[in-house]
Write a protein that binds this ligand. Structure first.
Ligand SMILES: [Zn+2]
Length: 292
């Protein structure tokens, strides 16, 4: 448990390490969900977009749980955890990205928030049937929406994104977008498209954005990314050519970095003040893996 005032620094990537039992075998039973809502130990975490308030260094829970709340799962003590959207701004709310960077929350609490944020966002955007336009109904505690007119079933989506560090011998390719903070470089990334394998999507993105063809590649890790519901799939690839051709609509710059420079950027001591994403982000973990 969290001691008030203690800072818990997680070795995990941000938003990973969820501890809830999603109770997939039970949540389709509406009576079971109703009984969980009515339990005095049931708890509700409320978000306004990607913001929520904390109770010290733990989640701030509300009770009782309303009928429109989404069931997230059972915590390790067996208590039901629900999520609800606040239409009004929440006082003293903090955004998920800041919470992940600051590391004050336990990894499992941060994972619960990301889980809640992605599901709540999906419900907001899928109130009407994509097939016939009729209003849909929440089912399975919130893990499904059903159309009573055409019987279409709609399930929460997860959007896969490949994110890749490309190596050429002792050098490492990174790029930067114009909107990023000054000096920030990171792995190349992009959404997978229908009909692609992970490897095909990664090769396409790197070729499109930087003109580099990628041969062999390996998987490093994945990370839920609740903006609003991506799954980052982290890879390391080996370059076939070295001449960079930047797609200026995607990237402001892309270049090869030496291993020494990358190590300096990971440690926050690059002499030119260049930087990479913080340890909560998967790009940081892939870079560390690429240096091994
Ligand atoms: Zn329909």
């Amino acid at each position: 448990m969290n001691d008030a005032g203690a800072i818990i620094r997680s070795p995990l990537l941000g938003f990973c390490g969820g501890s809830l039992d999603r109770a997939a075998a039970f949540r389709s039973d509406q009576a079971w969900i109703a009984a969980r809502r009515a339990e005095p130990t049931a708890k509700l975490v409320r978000l306004n977009g990607d913001k929520t308030r904390l109770a010290g260094n733990a989640l701030y829970f509300e009770t009782p749980v309303g009928d429109d709340a989404i069931f997230l799962g059972l915590d390790p003590e067996g208590h039901a955890i629900f999520a609800g959207e606040s239409l009004a701004p929440i006082e003293e709310a903090l955004d998920l990205r800041s919470l992940a960077i600051e590391g004050h929350l336990a990894a499992y609490d941060l994972a619960t928030l990301a889980h809640a944020r992605s599901l709540l966002h999906w419900h907001q955007r899928h109130r009407f049937c994509a097939n016939c336009g009729h209003e849909t109904e929440m089912k399975d505690g919130g893990y499904r929406r059903h159309c009573p007119r055409c019987a279409a079933e709609h399930f929460p989506r997860t959007d896969p994104v490949i994110i890749i560090i490309v190596r050429a011998g002792e050098e490492i390719l990174m790029g930067r977008q114009a909107s990023w903070s000054t000096g920030r470089y990171s792995a190349l990334a992009g959404f997978m498209e229908p009909g692609e394998t992970i490897e095909e999507a990664a090769r396409r993105e790197v070729l499109e954005e930087a003109g580099i063809r990628v041969g062999a590649m390996s998987y490093v890790a994945s990370q839920p990314w609740p903006y609003p519901s991506s799954l980052m799939i982290g890879l390391i690839g080996e370059a076939i050519n070295r001449d960079i051709v930047i797609d200026k609509t995607e990237l402001e710059d892309a270049r090869w970095f030496s291993r020494i420079e990358v190590a300096q950027m990971l440690d926050g001591r690059h002499p030119g003040a260049l930087s990479v994403p913080p340890p909560m982000a998967i790009a940081h973990k892939i870079l560390e893996a690429a240096l091994i």
